[in-house]
Design a binder for this molecule. Structure first.
Ligand SMILES: Cc1cc2nc3c(=O)[nH]c(=O)nc-3n(C[C@H](O)[C@H](O)[C@H](O)COP(=O)(O)O)c2cc1C
Length: 361
């Protein structure tokens, strides 16, 4: 059963309504949710009132940024950054917008998003549908100042060959640099052909070296904004060890672990309509592997590399376990779809009660 806070309006009503929209089409529910939060976000009064009510203060400083609480919205939910005040109203401590690409692109053909309710999971093969880095820069430039840190996830455009990936990422970083608090280099989505290959040591070293150099240049002698890398849960220990070495060599500020998985372990739905769909699996079945990867990065880097833990947080205790495993911050996506804003509050409360074990970094 999905986690639900006592008397949660979300689990009693909102989720039922959302899940039935468009004949149960998950992408329609997604667009309606984003649309509603966008409309809410245009009203500063209600946003401030809701945030005062829903945001649980549990502040911490990570890679030089002050976060009001450790719970962020994971990349992919608000790819074009259209609802930032809406997310703030729901109590999030940060939002990672994107993944955006240099070239606007429609993503993969529909359908491309599947609910697997018995497993509290999703399978998606969205393929970075987004309006492009320049459109996001324009929106963030003219939008209201966010009340929490905003990360920007950048990825490779589908039309750009892997051999030209560095320039593609660099163009996005340049366009967006003034508007993000940190940047996430996404090399781990399973839905862009060749993308995960950028996690290989030599390619990753080149990519992250160029992007951290670019960030230093864009900082004009000041402190460069943090550049992080988001990794797949399907890497083995040796490969993750190499990523950690590259991060240390290239002044990468942290690791986001993890993206969706190609594994179908722990899934109740195995039929063709759902579990056998191509794409990345997220949600409860991912929790254990995400925790292993977070713990591994924390241990192997001797705690020097801050980790944002993401994957399978379905209830507050899952978030706490990721923080205990060494994450400095956590993010939610699928758990939020099933449990709603109570999950965000629940994790922040649990982290505050636990005395914020992993503390400031
Ligand atoms: C529909 C969907 C779209 C996603 N899009 C992105 C994306 O654009 N960039 C990215 O880095 N991760 C993306 N993710 C991965 C999430 O950010 C997160 O890493 C993953 O879902 C695991 O967390 P969860 O179990 O809480 O969902 C997406 C996930 C879903 C379900």
């Amino acid at each position: 059963m999905p986690y639900s806070a006592p008397y949660s309006l979300y689990s009693q009503l909102v989720r039922k309504v959302l899940f039935s929209l468009g004949g149960g089409d998950p992408e329609i529910a997604h667009h309606r949710t984003i649309g509603a939060l966008r409309a809410l976000g245009a009203r500063p009064g209600p946003v401030a009132a809701l945030r005062a009510l829903l945001a649980v203060p549990a502040p911490r400083t990570v890679f030089g940024l002050r976060f009001p609480n450790p719970v962020g919205l994971a990349a992919g939910m608000d790819k074009d950054g259209v609802a930032l005040p809406g997310w703030a109203a729901l109590g999030f401590g940060h939002v990672e917008v994107g993944t955006v690409t240099w070239h606007p692109q429609p993503g993969n053909p529909l359908p491309r998003l599947y609910r697997l309710p018995a497993s509290e999971a999703l399978i998606n093969r969205m393929g970075f549908n987004n309006a492009g880095a320049r459109a996001l820069a324009q929106r963030l430039r003219t939008g209201p100042t966010p009340s929490m840190p905003v990360g920007i996830s950048i990825g490779k455009s589908k039309v750009t060959p892997v051999a030209e990936a560095v320039e593609d990422y660099r163009s996005s970083l340049r366009a967006l640099y003034p508007y993000g608090d940190y940047f996430a280099v996404n090399v781990s989505s399973p839905n862009t052909p060749g993308l995960r290959g950028l996690q290989d040591r030599a390619l990753l070293d080149d990519l992250l070296g160029e992007l951290t150099t670019e960030a230093r240049a864009l900082a004009y002698g000041g402190r460069p904004k943090p550049v992080l890398v988001k990794i797949a849960p399907d890497l083995d220990d040796a490969a993750i060890g190499e990523v950690i070495e590259v991060c240390a060599a290239r002044s990468v500020a942290g690791v986001i672990a993890t993206n969706t998985t190609l594994s179908r372990d722990g899934l109740a739905e195995r039929d063709v309509a759902t579990g056998a769909q191509a794409g990345g699996l997220s949600g409860r079945p991912l929790a254990r592997r995400a925790r292993e990867v977070v713990a591994f990065v924390h241990r192997e880097s001797a705690g020097t590399l801050p980790v944002i833990g993401v994957g399978g947080i379905a209830e507050p205790s899952d978030g706490l376990r990721l923080l205990d495993a060494g994450a400095s911050l956590v993010q939610v996506y699928t758990g939020f779809v099933y449990a709603g804003p109570a999950l965000v509050r629940g994790i922040s409360r649990a982290a505050r009660a636990a005395g914020a074990a992993s503390g400031d970094r």
